[in-house]
Design a protein around this ligand. Structure first.
Ligand code: BJW
Length: 235
């Protein structure tokens, strides 16, 4: 019988790589054709809204061509079966965790299938293209933008994430390079709070040294193995 109760799982682009969504920083990365500062800052949105909206329109449309893989499905299985506290924090803006069935999920960097009103802050579920100047159904302002956390903006749910990390017995990071903060700092917060830390990644990351254990390999193999082991230890 395991003594683990409270889990926090952080996921990054690597968990969706085997579903066919490009990661950010590897070869063939999502931004290879786009400079990150052209598409992923509030200044870029202000300077060239058509470019930024089009970039996210294409990625939203591409969601129809991908499906959750064995790693997303394994985390959904964990979510359904884990009797203790669990928070799956994803940096990804795709919807593959939801489509796999995960419920205890927080999108800290926003979501492609959501639009945010820059005037009143209302979020709207969104499908299809989102042209600049689209009106907000709540306040009427022509101010809807992709609901994405750009560099320099505050990630979502930080209070909830920090509280869960402070209580965690086990912190697991899957498929993230450890290059972007505050997500990259969560492992140190978890360690400082007494949690055991585990990294599952294709290769060593910028944060590997901070983890108690790093297992290297593709998420679609490592994550189901880890979920099987933690659920069987729970019995
Ligand atoms: C596999 C695999 C397989 C592949 N199986 N694994 C100087 C120092 C420190 C911080 C800063 C600094 N200057 C500025 C900052 C802050 C800044 C930051 O971190 N900048 C860095 C570049 C240095 N951060 C921010 O601005 C954030 N806001 C902020 O800090 O607010 C202030 C604040 C917050 C809280 C408390 C107090 C103050 C906002 C960050 C927003 C990030 N947004 C993006 C874009 C989202 C929209 C979009 O998708 O377009 O989020 S950037 C991009 O990077 C995206 C990702 O979520 C994020 C992380 O990338 P991720 O997921 O790690 O992907 P990759 O590609 O980097 O790595 C993939 C990994 O998968 C690799 O390791 C592979 O090995 C692995 N892999 N295949 C398993 N099959």
């Amino acid at each position: 019988m395991s003594t683990l109760h409270q889990l926090v799982v952080l996921t990054g682009a690597g968990i969706s790589a085997e579903s066919g969504i490009a990661t950010f920083r590897g070869p063939g990365g999502l931004w290879e054709g786009h400079r990150v500062e052209d598409v992923c800052t509030p200044e870029a949105l202000e300077r060239d809204p058509a470019l930024v909206h089009r970039f996210y329109d294409l990625r939203r449309a591409a969601l129809a061509t991908v499906a959750p893989n064995a790693a997303h499905r394994a985390l959904a299985r964990l979510d359904a079966a884990w009797p203790g506290e669990l928070l799956i924090v994803t940096q990804n803006v795709d919807d593959l965790h939801e489509r796999a069935g995960t419920r205890r999920l927080l999108h800290m960097h926003g979501a492609l299938r959501s639009a945010l009103c820059a005037a009143c802050g209302t979020r709207h579920q969104w499908e299809g293209a989102l042209p600049p100047g689209t009106g907000c159904a709540a306040c009427g302002a022509p101010a809807l933008r992709p609901d994405i956390v750009f560099f320099g903006e505050m990630p979502y749910g930080m209070e909830r994430i920090e509280a869960a990390v402070a209580r965690a017995d086990l912190f697991v990071s899957i498929g993230t390079s450890g290059a972007v903060y505050p997500a990259a700092g969560l492992v140190r917060a978890a360690s400082a709070a007494g949690a055991t830390t585990l990294e599952l990644n294709l290769e060593r990351s910028a944060g590997s040294d901070w983890f108690d254990t790093s297992r290297l390999g593709p998420a679609a193999s490592l994550v189901p193995e880890w979920v099987d082991s933690i659920l069987s230890a729970q019995k």
